[in-house]
Design a protein. Structure first.
Length: 233
């Protein structure tokens, strides 16, 4: 059953190698960390929700909006997915629905964006305790495929979400075609990681990203969640 349909557009993906021990407390039961070339990653991701429908319905004033999230990568059986540390949106109703129905970790902040496809400048911005947080990229004006077996492909090609709640692990599928990307020629980052995501992620302060790219995105669907039982699955 499809719960949500939308177009995810212009995903800035800023990726950091991180000590796996930092992520283990956030790991849902029945999943394991997913590594690329022996390295563990977290990603700061900003993108646009466009033409959003929940259970086939467009909610007034909740159709187009920004999201910023911090996520890491896991596996369950042969499925590759993501776990979110926190997801930021500007709409309280979206936060309520996601946290209630999918046991996710959404929070609401005032947000803005720039998606200028003429100058190829993309920015996502929000405020925490009146402190401005933002990141942006400038890209080349060429759409290119994700290179096979590349770090960018590893980051983008995860099709399940996992979340833990009261000793249970929930799984949901996110369906979309393989994305294309734009090459980033420069980026700007003004993020207080500890303020946004807690003390464990203060290690990202002043850390140089392993990679930065812009995924073009596509139409997506988020399917109904299910409980996974790590003993039998």
């Amino acid at each position: 059953m499809t719960f949500l349909k939308a177009h995810w557009k212009n995903l800035i993906m800023i990726n950091y190698e991180i000590d796996p021990n930092i992520l283990k407390p956030y790991l849902p039961l029945g999943t394991e960390l997913d590594f690329y070339n022996g390295k563990c990653f977290v990603s700061l991701v900003g993108f646009m929700f466009k033409n959003t429908k929940v259970l086939g319905l467009k909610l007034p004033y909740h159709i187009n909006f920004e999201e910023v999230n911090l996520r890491f990568y896991v596996k369950h059986n042969n499925k590759r997915g993501v776990v979110f540390i926190k997801e930021i949106v500007p709409k309280p109703l979206i936060t309520f629905i996601a946290n209630t129905v999918y046991n996710e970790h959404y929070i609401t902040h005032k947000m803005k964006h720039i998606n200028d496809e003429v100058s190829n400048h993309y920015l996502y911005q929000w405020y925490v305790n009146d402190v401005k947080q933002e990141f942006s990229v400038n890209t080349l004006d060429i759409d290119i495929p994700l290179k096979e077996n590349s770090e960018a492909e590893f980051i983008a090609e995860h099709y399940y979400g996992y979340t833990k709640h009261k000793n249970k692990t929930y799984e949901y599928e996110v369906k979309h075609p393989k994305w294309k990307q734009k090459e980033v020629i420069n980026y700007n980052l003004n993020i207080d990681f500890e303020l946004n995501y807690g003390k464990p992620f203060s290690v990202l302060k002043n850390k140089k990203p392993s990679s930065v790219f812009l995924a073009l995105g596509s139409e997506i669907t988020v399917e109904k969640k299910r409980i996974i039982n790590p003993i039998y699955n």
